[in-house]
Structure formats: C-alpha cells, structure tokens
Design a protein. Structure first.
Length: 395
C-alpha cells in the first residue's frame, strides 16, 4: 500500500472529474440541450442531428479502441493530456462554423479525443487509487460528469436569447478550455507503479472468458439503451409539451440533478449490496425510464425518463467497471478500454436507428422502444454474471 493523504486523493478525484466534464459533458453532451436551439436556428435538420450524433459516437468508439494501444503509463502520460486539450479546442472550433460537413468532421474528432480521455482518465485514477487501497472511491470521479450535465443545461438555456447558430457553443468552450488546462496538468502528476503486479495471471490473457462475457454482453445493451434519451430527450420534450411548459426547457436539468444525486448512492450500494445486485437494479430502473415517454407521453413520462435514466445510467457504468476489475483484476486499464469501446460501439447504433426510423416515417418517441429493448437485454444478461467475488472490497 502506498501512502497517500486525503488532500492528494481529493486532488486526483478533482483532476479526473474535470477531465470528464471537459470531454464528456462540455464536449459531447452539451449537444443534447443545445440541440433544440440549433434546430430552431435551422442550422441543420433533425435527421442531420442524428447523423452528427452518430459520427460523434463513431469517433468515441475509435478513441476507446485507440486507448487500448496507449494504456501503458509512458504513453498514457502523453496521450491523456494531449487528447484533453485537443477536445477543448474542438469544442471551441464548433462555435465558428455553420457548415454541416465541417461539423461532421469536428464531431467525429471530438468523439475520438473524448473516447481516449473517457477510457484513460477513469482507468488511470482507478489504478492509482487501487495501489493506495482506496479503489472504493473510484466511482466518485463521475460526480464531475454529473455536475457537468447540469452546467451544460444552463450554458445552453441562459444565453439562448443572445446567441444564435454556431455561437451557442461559445459559453461551453469558455469553460472547457481553462478546465482542460488545469485538469491536464494535474493528471500528469498521477504516477503508477509500472512494476506492480496484481495477479499471477499474465495481462495478455483473454478479455472474454466464462466470467466476463455476460458482463460484456449486458454492457453492450446498456450503451444502446441509455443513449437515445441522453441525446433526444430535450427535443422530445419540446415535441410532446406545449410551448412555454416548464419541463420543455427543464427536462435536461432534471436528468442532470438525478445523475448527480445518484452517483454517490450507486457507489455506496455497490459496496454494501454487491456490485452485481446493484447493477440489476440500475438496469431495471433504466428500462422503466426509457419506456415511459413511449407509454405515457407527456409530463409524467418525460419526468420518469429524466429521473430514472439520468439517475441510473452512470450507476451501470461505475458498477460495471468495478465488477470487471473484480472478475479480472490483472487486466487493469486494458479492461477499462475494452469495456468503453464496447459501450461506445453500442451507443453509435442508437442515433443511427433513430435516424432510420425517422426517415421511414416513424416518430422520435417510438424510437425509444429500441432503447427499452436494449436495456432489457442488459437486465437478462446481468443475471448470468458470476456471483462469486462480486462484492467490492476496496482493493
């Protein structure tokens, strides 16, 4: 066990949280609350918006796969801060173009840098905490992501009357750039013991084995399931509700608040009930939430979707990461990269399916059926995750 102070632990958590705010909320999910405004400005159509989201998720998948080659500490120390700074610059660049093809390229590049950081930053922090016997705190890194969701809602709505078109990215970039610089500097000071061995088994052993395969299959469904609400919920709210309804502009804030409140809860539930049991509850709540706008269109369905999906999807992320490390503790960062690559690959199919559905005359709310079925798939496969060694030990 390496000595570490509470201050050092807090600084590490803040550095990781800041990185996720930059790439995953300001860089990626700001697109969701901005989307109704950008559509209103006629910057692009709803179908084009689905394509922009799809290309961003393709980039995210590519970035996560690239992280598999960059997980070693010597490479990680260069790749992680570089990708973080590039992501912030890409967010800024979106504020200066209205060309659809240019936006496709920027969203693709944004996704690549996001995938790299979203794999490497939490994996680095988990390994750093595990070396110091504080891995039970690892889920708290996602508090920054949750706070960022709330932040981008405000950044999209508060200046909406004064900005138009591509300019709507300016407030987002104004936060992303300085935060990226600070977080990149702090992350460079997190050092891993490269000689540390957590298992007698080699790190090159298969990622997919009898224990881990159900976890991977469940996680694939989770990626497709949550992404439709997290991409289109504010747009659906404006379509289902009358103009001026408080939830039409406020549904994203409910999603963000639910996410922020729930992360410490899922972190604690996994530690006390066992990560597998908590994961089952997470998927059940997400399935109910994703189906709610389909079966109860209007205020109740939208609010249930915001609270249940927003409050549970990050639980499935942190619980899956910890479960995977329990099942294969020798894999470390490589395992995290593979999981997020799978999650990213499943995510890109969500907007693509929605786009196809819209092209053939379907409605946006009907496309949420794809997400509901995907999360039910996750729930079923989670029953087959081995029950041994799934209680989190903080190691």
């Amino acid at each position: 066990m390496l000595p570490v102070s509470n201050r050092q632990t807090l600084q590490a958590l803040l550095a990781g949280s800041g990185a996720l705010i930059v790439v995953h909320t300001l860089g990626r999910f700001a697109f969701t609350p901005l989307l109704p405004h950008l559509l209103g400005d006629q910057l692009f159509s709803l179908h084009q918006a689905a394509q922009l989201a799809t290309w961003n998720y393709i980039g995210y998948l590519c970035g996560a796969l690239l992280a598999l080659a960059l997980y070693k500490p010597a490479r990680l120390r260069i790749a992680l801060p570089s990708a973080l700074l590039i992501n912030a610059l890409l967010t800024l660049s979106q504020g200066f173009t209205s060309d659809y093809q240019a936006l496709l390229t920027l969203r693709l590049a944004n996704g690549i840098s996001n995938g790299l950081v979203f794999v490497l930053a939490p994996a680095l922090l988990l390994e750093w905490l595990a070396e110091r016997q504080r891995a039970h705190l690892s889920g708290l890194i996602y508090l920054g992501f949750a706070a960022g969701l709330l932040l981008v809602g405000w950044l999209a709505d508060l200046p909406a009357a004064w900005l138009s078109g591509a300019e709507r990215w300016w407030p987002v970039a104004a936060i992303a750039l300085p935060l990226a610089i600070v977080s990149a500097w702090q992350l460079q000071h997190l050092h891993l013991q490269t000689h540390h061995k957590s298992s007698h088994r080699p790190a090159s052993s298969p990622l997919f084995d009898r224990n881990s395969t159900p976890l991977f299959l469940a996680y694939a469904g989770a990626g497709l399931g949550y992404i439709l609400p997290m991409t289109f919920l504010p747009t659906l709210a404006q379509a289902q509700l009358t103009s001026g309804h408080t939830l039409a502009s406020g549904v994203w804030n409910w999603t963000a608040l639910a996410c922020m409140v729930s992360i410490p809860l899922w972190n604690a539930l996994g530690s006390h009930l066992g990560d597998r049991r908590a994961l089952l509850w997470s998927y059940l709540l997400q399935a109910i939430g994703c189906a709610a706008p389909l079966f109860m269109p209007g205020t109740i369905g939208l609010l249930l979707c915001a609270v249940l999906v927003g409050g549970a999807f990050m639980g499935s992320v942190l619980l899956t990461q910890r479960l995977a490390r329990t099942l294969q503790p020798h894999q470390g960062i490589r395992l995290s990269a593979a999981l997020i690559a799978l999650y990213g690959g499943a995510q890109l199919t969500g907007p693509w399916l929605a786009g196809l559905w819209l092209e053939h005359g379907g409605s946006l709310e009907q496309s949420f059926a794809f997400g509901t079925l995907a999360i039910l798939w996750s729930l079923v496969w989670s029953w087959f995750i081995p029950t041994h060694s799934t209680r989190h030990t903080g190691a």
